[in-house]
Design a protein around this ligand. Structure first.
Ligand code: FAD
Length: 471
């Protein structure tokens, strides 16, 4: 996810929600709630005229960020600490082409020994628009978390950071945010559910915040819809916390560990070697020398930087979620596949129930489509292959029986619903052609059958009954 400022994003999100029938109220602040056996009554303050009104709903979702009033109102158990340190978010405009064009990137670490940036002479500049709009981040004193930094203070620091006192530069905005290391032990209380930063609070390292928040919504959305439409028993909603809480804990830990991996890099480069900037610069320059000291420094730097793979390349953390011990997943009797490589760094594709549906390119109606695009869209999907016709028939019957959206799709050679053009599905699906994989609306595998069974409809119906709590 990129750092699109909220001011650009919010109108798009509001429009999308309104199009789907949501009622949107601006300047409305949630202040409290009461819940009973039938629903939740939320008290809302109209900030324009300082009056309050109530909204009655069957369920309430608190997606109100890292200072969540909803999570506090229902006393979700929080583990960890907030406010560990503070950092800036400074948006500025300056044409930095001459410093970056020869090595274009989105994120630059900037080291300036002797400057006051971040207390150690180090900060980050992120590209917003090449090569004129930027976001700068550096550490500041915790007291600034309350007062913010001024544009004038930001400009001084930016000029030190860039190392150019003359360059035309305009600070557009400043904000200070704090580093948190906190997650909720559970994501729901009765009819109230929390998601996003409300339940996982962590620094932006690894860029996992929005992604995980969207995943939370993807997970809860179809379950709430199924319960509200009467397709599933309310017990289905219990699986939200069971599935997502371990993910929140994992990403909070990962992002905070990524902070801890920085000091060894600064140490190795020599930034922290002396309070005297000239001496520090001499030691930093020593990394280029053909001396034992230079060779040792180069080795230490390279080793320390390797650790940053755990910030920039953790595909396993990003995509490898496997939901274990969930009532919305039906085991197929096979043990969880062992990780063949570091599970944080590497995503290991599997169709083991609970895992995320692997992406595979297929051809569908003449167009190249991902398995991920063929599944989802608010419905269950049953994937099978040649010899799996009974599963497709079963999907029709089961959809009708439970009144749900469930589509059967065959993947295989020409003539199937989707063509396995690179034979990747054949290699990755982990089932026989006549087996099946049931994919949930949120792209996670609900269940699979290695091959055909005697009564496909009974088998699929039993599985769906368990997932929907209508067994
Ligand atoms: C510097 C920085 C860089 C980041 N970079 C990345 C990145 O590269 N990739 C990434 O994935 N994530 C990144 N993140 C994290 C990401 O911004 C958050 O994880 C994400 O915005 C969380 O979404 P959310 O909807 O849970 O909360 P928020 O975006 O905080 O939204 C909460 C909303 O609730 C509203 N609200 C709060 N209280 C109330 C109330 N009482 N009543 C009514 N409304 C209320 C707020 O006004 C706000 O609109 C970054 C964060 C920071 C600080």
């Amino acid at each position: 996810m990129c750092d699109i400022p909220q001011t650009y994003l919010e109108p798009i999100l509001y429009k999308a929600a309104a199009k789907r029938g949501s009622k949107i109220r601006m300047n409305a602040e949630f202040v409290g709630l009461e819940q009973d056996d039938d629903g939740v009554t939320a008290t809302i303050r109209d900030r324009l005229n300082d009056t309050t009104f109530t909204v009655r709903a069957k369920y309430l979702v608190g997606a109100d960020g890292a200072r969540s009033v909803v999570a506090e109102a229902v006393k979700l158990p929080m583990e960890g600490k907030t406010g560990l340190s503070a950092s800036t978010n400074v948006i500025f405009e300056a044409d930095l082409s001459r410093y970056v064009l020869h090595r274009p990137s989105v994120l630059y670490w900037v080291l300036q020994p002797g400057s006051n940036i971040g207390g150690i002479g180090a900060g980050v500049i992120r590209m917003v628009r090449p090569w004129t709009v930027w976001q700068a981040i550096w550490g500041v004193d915790m007291e600034k978390a309350e007062t913010n930094i001024t544009k004038a203070e930001a400009e001084i620091a930016l000029r030190q950071m860039i190392g150019d006192t003359e360059i035309p530069l305009e600070v557009k905005s400043t904000a200070v945010w704090t580093v948190n290391n906190m997650y909720a032990g559970r994501y729901s209380a009765g009819r109230v559910f929390c998601m996003g930063d409300a339940v996982h609070r962590h620094p932006p390292l690894n860029g996992l915040g929005s992604n995980t928040s969207v995943q939370d919504a993807f997970n809860l959305g179809w379950k709430l819809a199924a319960v509200i439409k009467g397709q599933a028993a309310p017990a289905l909603l219990d699986s939200y916390s069971a599935e997502r809480q371990p993910v929140g804990k994992q990403i909070v830990t990962r992002a905070n560990n990524s902070i801890a991996d920085y000091p060894p890099i600064f140490e190795a480069i020599g930034l922290l070697s002396s309070p005297d900037p000239e001496e520090a610069n001499r030691r930093i320059a020593a990394r280029k020398e053909a001396t034992p000291e230079g060779a040792a420094r180069r080795k230490r730097i390279n080793e320390a930087i390797q650790k940053k793979n755990y910030e920039f390349n953790t595909h396993g953390v990003e995509m490898g979620q496997r939901y274990r011990d969930s009532t919305a997943v039906v085991p197929d009797g096979t043990p969880e596949p062992a990780y063949l490589r570091d599970p944080e760094l590497y995503y290991q594709a599997t169709t083991w129930p609970g895992a995320r549906l692997p992406h595979v390119w297929l051809e569908h109606r003449g167009a190249r489509k991902s398995t991920l695009d063929l599944c989802g869209h608010g419905r269950f999907t049953l994937l099978t292959g040649i010899g799996g016709e009974a599963w497709i028939e079963a999907a029709r019957t089961v959809a009708q029986h439970y009144g749900i959206a469930l589509e059967g799709l065959s993947i295989g050679p020409d003539g199937s619903d989707a063509m396995d053009i690179y034979a990747d599905w054949f290699r990755i699906s982990e089932i026989a052609e006549e087996g099946c994989i049931l994919v949930r609306p949120d792209h996670h595998i609900a269940w699979r059958s290695a091959g055909m069974v005697g009564d496909a409809t009974a088998a699929l119906s039993g599985v769906m009954g368990k997932i929907l709590g209508r067994g």
